[in-house]
Ligand binder design. Structure first.
Ligand SMILES: [Fe+2]
Length: 74
């Protein structure tokens, strides 16, 4: 679960970084950079959404396995 929390936080770190890089690219007048940065930003947003969408299921599975005495390897 801690890895999930860290991954969720890191995806948002990356989203913030790509948004800042897009602003820097705009200010620098670059032409090819923004498209690639936008593509990477989209990937990070989709990954953050995936984690968000799966957090409840992962938490429920973690609790279920822990309650059953299983090692929680989520
Ligand atoms: Fe990422």
């Amino acid at each position: 679960m801690k890895n999930t929390f860290a991954n969720f936080a890191f995806e948002h770190f990356e989203i913030a970084a790509y948004r800042s890089l897009l602003i820097m690219a705009e200010l620098a007048g670059g032409t090819s950079g923004p498209r690639l940065l936008q593509q990477s930003l989209g990937e990070e947003i989709r990954m953050a959404k995936w984690i968000e969408d799966n957090l409840e299921a992962a938490t429920r599975k973690y609790v279920q396995r822990t309650a059953a005495g299983e090692k929680a390897g989520i």
